[in-house]
Write a protein that binds this ligand. Structure first.
Ligand code: CTP
Ligand code: MG
Length: 247
């Protein structure tokens, strides 16, 4: 079946702190969105690319016009839509413009501009092999604890305390692109509409919605190159990767 890739780029980039949407922040001289979309084109798995950008962002709209021309050259349909206030709402907006005949969909963060083709290909292969949902992930290297608020006995100073340490060998750090059968993701987003605002805001990826439907979410190998650029430190690392031997 044919595959559409949604690139969500409608966030504001608060934690990066550049004062402009993260998708516009340059990396090795080109906006992050340009790297992300070229990565999708290079992987050769998309019949359609749909980018969700912040409503009214003329700079990103004009970047999308340039990307649409590059996509057309590769025979790929390119669509831009206004995103929403939450990442999940940006995905919902993109779902409304998916072309007829598309059977599989991947949701990818514009904030992951260096995702290698291999990751797209592994996700595509699992979908081809019958998975209704598949996500790329890496084993975690840090030990992860579950914590709750707690006060120090003598002073009442507010800290946190550990309530659990999940077995590290079972934990995975999840990346994008996350791949789904289109009908499965559409059902997941119908379920999202039934949640209250607090529950909806706690949904941090599309796989969480599909898990809630009781569907099996398969996991394929991600890549350290597929890091999400969230903080200035991440941007520094991505610049170094593009400039040097980690390219
Ligand atoms: N995203 C989106 N629409 C939103 C929020 C996020 O399309 N309303 C996208 C971002 O553009 C990004 C991806 O989802 O590509 C991952 O989100 P995140 O890293 O949190 O980006 P921002 O929300 O822009 O950053 P921050 O949370 O620091 O403001
Ligand atoms: Mg965010």
């Amino acid at each position: 079946g044919s595959c559409a890739v949604v690139v969500v780029a409608a966030g504001s980039g608060q934690r990066l702190g550049h004062g402009v949407p993260k998708a516009r922040v340059p990396l090795a001289g080109s906006p992050m969105l340009v790297h992300a979309v070229r990565g999708v084109l290079k992987a050769g798995i998309a019949a359609q690319i749909c980018v969700a950008i912040p409503e009214g962002d003329a700079a990103l709209a004009s970047i999308c016009e340039q990307l649409a021309a590059e996509a057309a050259t590769a025979g790929v349909l390119f669509t831009a839509v206004d995103g929403g206030a939450e990442r999940s709402a940006s995905v919902t907006a993109a779902l409304e413009v998916i072309a007829d005949g598309v059977t599989n969909i991947m949701i990818h963060d514009a904030a992951r501009p260096l995702t290698p083709s291999g990751v797209f290909n592994r996700v595509a292969a699992a979908l081809r092999d019958g998975a209704a949902a598949v996500i790329p992930a890496l084993a975690v290297t840090d030990t992860i604890k579950t914590v709750v608020p707690a006060s120090l006995p003598a002073t009442g100073a507010g800290l946190e305390k550990v309530v659990d340490t999940p077995a590290r060998h079972q934990l995975r750090a999840v990346q994008t692109p996350q791949g789904f059968r289109l009908d499965t993701l559409r059902r997941a987003h119908e379920y999202l509409l039934t949640l209250d605002a607090a529950a909806a805001a706690s949904i941090t990826d599309d796989a969480m919605l599909v898990e809630a439907l009781g569907e099996v979410v398969f996991v394929v190998q991600g890549s350290t190159h597929s890091l999400k650029i969230t903080t200035p430190m991440d941007l520094l690392l991505a610049e170094a990767m593009l400039a040097g031997p980690l390219r």
